[in-house]
Design a protein around this ligand. Structure first.
Ligand code: ATP
Length: 269
């Protein structure tokens, strides 16, 4: 799901329980949650709390979900914007949006700011296909100014997501900015099974399903694809006037999602 432009300080009720797998990433995020909850505990010993972390991983693997869960666990407001929303903007508009966002975040701190698809604004010079260079640079510069402008104990944590860390301007990765990287991997078999379990909670089934089997049938699926499969299966079963979703509905839903993924890949190639 795309972070909506200016998700302004919403309270989220998503927690780590909604995020399946990603155990190592959760441990790292939990550490940051503790910084938000008890900043003095760390600064008392002279430590500098990180301002931000980069969530690195392929599309649909739960980066946005994890950022929201972080705000939910810390019980702080969630602000977000997406790099792709800045594409084709007039020069100066992106920078002023970034300024506004940080201004509001400062007023509501402690809080979490999430910037999805940061590569759209944070690409190194000359590597941008989507946005005019002037606009991208002024937006990126504003982001750097804002990151440098708040103290490490201000209670603001900035998370950013990308699947292209290699194209990012190194200025973003310097100490005091996004100096931590948390990798979010494509789920393996056990991961897919765990993700199915989370999403099956919302689905009314009418027979005992083998969740392991569902995970085996979906190699290469990201969390977003699995959420999609569960939803499609419920719609297919309903169309068939069933009282609950059955294995054959899941099978057809999986085929449909595979078809969609193949189409998407064809367009990209
Ligand atoms: P993108 O890079 O395309 O923005 P993303 O990595 O931010 O993708 P999300 O938007 O967090 O992915 O995932 C989309 C949806 O997929 C989530 O809202 C959730 O329903 C489901 N999902 C993805 N990963 C997981 C997971 N690890 N556990 C449970 N659900 C997941």
């Amino acid at each position: 799901s795309k972070a909506t432009l200016f998700d302004k300080g919403t309270r989220v009720n998503i927690t780590f329980a909604d995020v399946a797998g990603l155990d190592e990433a959760k441990v790292e995020v939990m550490e940051i949650v503790d910084f938000l909850r008890n900043p003095k505990k760390y600064t008392a010993l002279g430590g500098k709390i990180p301002k931000g972390a980069l969530l690195v991983g392929p599309p649909g693997t739960g980066k946005t979900l994890l950022a929201k869960a972080m705000a939910g666990e810390a019980q702080v407001p969630f602000f977000s914007l997406s790099g792709s929303d800045f594409v084709e903007m007039f020069v100066g508009v992106g920078a002023s949006r970034v300024r506004d966002l940080f201004k509001q975040a400062r007023e509501k701190a402690p809080c979490v700011i999430f910037i999805d698809e940061i590569d759209a604004i944070g690409r190194a010079r000359g590597k941008n296909a989507m946005m005019s260079n002037d606009e991208r640079e002024s937006t990126l510069n504003q982001m750097l100014v804002e990151m440098d402008g708040f103290g490490t104990d201000s209670g603001i944590i900035v998370l950013a997501a990308t699947n292209r860390p290699d194209v990012l301007d190194t200025a973003l990765l310097r100490p005091g900015r996004f100096d931590r990287q948390i990798s979010i991997d494509q789920p393996d078999l056990a991961g897919r099974e765990a993700i199915f379990r989370v999403h099956l909670k919302e689905i009314k089934t009418s027979q005992e399903l083998s969740v392991r089997k569902l995970a085996e049938l979906t190699p290469g699926f990201a969390g977003a694809d699995i959420a999609n499969v569960c939803n499609e299966a419920a719609l297919i079963a309903a169309r068939r006037n069933k009282a609950g979703v059955e294995m054959d509905d899941f099978q057809d839903a999986i085929d449909r999602v595979i078809g969609g993924l193949e189409k998407k890949n064809k367009i990209i190639q």
